[in-house]
Design a protein around this ligand. Sequence first.
Ligand SMILES: *Cc1c(COP(=O)(O)O)cnc(C)c1O
Length: 569
Amino acid sequence: MQEEIVENVDQTANVVNSGGKPKIAYFSMEIGIDEQIPTYSGGLGILAGDTIKSCADLNVPMVGVTLLLENGYFYQKIDENGHQIELPIQFAVSDFLRLLPSTTNVTIEGRDVQLRVWYYEVKGITGYIVPVFFLDSNIEGNSEWDRELTKHLYGGDIKYRLGQEIILGIGGIRILQALGYKTIDKYHMNEGHAALGTLELYNQIEDIEKVREQCVFTTHTPVAAGHDQFELSYAKPMLGDMLPESILNDVTFEDKLNMTRLALFFSHYINGVAKKHGEVSRLMFPGYTIDSITNGVHTPTWVSEPFKVLFDKHIPGWRSDPYILRSAFSIAKEEVWYAHMVSKKKLIDFVNSRYNAGMNYEDFTIGFARRQTAYKRPDLLISDPQRLIDIAETAGAIQIIYAGKAHPKDGSGKETIKKIFDIMKTYRDKIKITYIQNYDMRIGKMMTAGVDLWLNTPRRPREASGTSGMKAAHNGVPQFSTLDGWWLEGCIENITGWSIGPEKTEDKESDDEIDRNDLYNKLETWIIPKFYTDRDNWIRTMRSCIAINASFFNTNRMIQQYVLNAYFI
Ligand SMILES: *Cc1c(COP(=O)(O)O)cnc(C)c1O
C-alpha cells in the first residue's frame, strides 16, 4: 500500500516531465498558492506560491514543503472605532488537499511527535505538476500542545515557533524521504524558518561541505531584530541531540540559536530579494557571499480578467513568456483604458456595496494595502488631512482605499488602523476613504487592478522587496513609492510611476517630514493633473508599467535566475 502511493506521488510529479524527477525542495513556513487555501499571511507566502506556480509553468522540477496551518493566519474584522478583531479561520482542509498515507516523526523536547502529510498539486500551463506537501501534527496520540503546532501561522509563543520550525525543517526533510523522493539535491529555504532542516541533513550526511552543496538560502529581513532566534536555555532541551555541540559556535549569536546564522552557515548560495536588499544583507552579515535575485509575481495569477482578454488578443504567448509583455506599447490606448475601467468598476462596486463608500467610477483612486505596521507608514498619505483636502479641491477629486491586517501582537500597527478610521470619520464629508477588511489574495487582486495609483510608503531601507506594486504594474497601474526594495529598480520617474523622497543615489534613511511634503507636492503638481487633464499621457504611463515592469518583475524571470545562479551550479 505504502509503496503504491509512493509510486503514485512520484509519477504525478512527472506527468509531463521529460527531464527526470524532482531535484529542488522549496521550504516555506507559509505558502499562498490559492485564494481558497488560507495558509499564508502576506508577501513571503504569496512569493512562495508564485514561485511554485512559475516552476510548474516552466517545468522546473521542484516540490514545495510547508505546514498545514489549518486555522491560517487570522480572519480580520474591524469595528467602527478601528479596533481590529482577530478570528481563527475555519478551513475545510480535505476539500482542497489530499491526505497521503506516508508519515514521519520528529522529536520535540524528548517527545515523539508523529506527522502526517497533505498533498496539493500545482499544474502549470503545459500540465507539468509541482507537488506541495503540507505537514500536519494534529494526530491522535500526539500531546495536546504538539497537536496545536501546525494550526496557527505566526501565533503562539517563542517555544511554539521553535516547535513549528522543528516540524517544518526536520520533519520536512524526513517526509520527503518517507514519500520516496531520492533525487532531490537542492534544498531551498525561503527565509530562515526552515533552517533546522540543515541540521537534519548534517546529522544524516555528517559532512558540512556536502550539506552546503545542497542548501540555498533566501533571506527576506533587512533588520536584525526581524531574524528568528531562540535562547539556548530552551532551544537545547527542545532540540535534544539534533543540535550538535561541534557547530554550536557557528550558529549561535549572542547566546541564541539564530536561524539566519544557521542557514547562512550551511548554504552554498545566499541571496537577498532585491539589489538593494542584497547590499543591506551584506552589511548585516559580513563574511558571507550574498547575491541578490529580485522578486517577481506570477503573471497569470495577478493579471485581472479584462487585461487577460486584452493580452490574449494582442500579445499571444504572454502567459508562458511574460517577457513578451514588452510589446504592450502597441496596444491602443482606448483598449487599455477600457480594460482598466472594467477592473476599476469591479472594485468601486465592491466598496460601495459592502462599505457604503459612495465612491464613483471617474474619480482618481489611490490604493494602499499591505501588512499594517509602523515602518510601512500607512497613515503618511492622510497625516495632513487638510492638505489632502486642499489638493483634492485644486487638482481634482481623490478617493482612497485601504486594506491590511496588523499582526495580533503589533500594537503600533493596530494603532495605525485606528488612526485611519479616526480620520475617515472626522473628514467623512470632505474626502472619501474606505477600509476593506480582511486583506487577502482575492482583495489584493481586486485592489491592485482596480485603483488608479498604487501607493507604498516604507521607511527605507526596511522594505526588502515588496511585490504588490508589481501586481499593480501587471494591470497597468503605476506605483508611487519611496525608493526602497524593488522600486529602486522599477521606478522610471513619470514613466512607470513616481518616487517619494530622496533620489535613488542618496543613501538616506527616510524622514517623515521630507517624504510627506514630496508625496503631497507630487500628487498636486504631477500626478493628479496628469490623470485628469492629460489622459493620453496617463495611459502611456499605464502601458509603460506593463511593457517595462510587468515584463521583468515576474516569477518566470526570477525562477530562471534561481535555476542558473542557485540551483544548478
Ligand atoms: C502581494 C500581497 C502581499 C505583499 O505585498 P507587499 O507589497 O510586499 O506588502 C501581502 N498580502 C497580500 C494579500 C498580497 O496579495
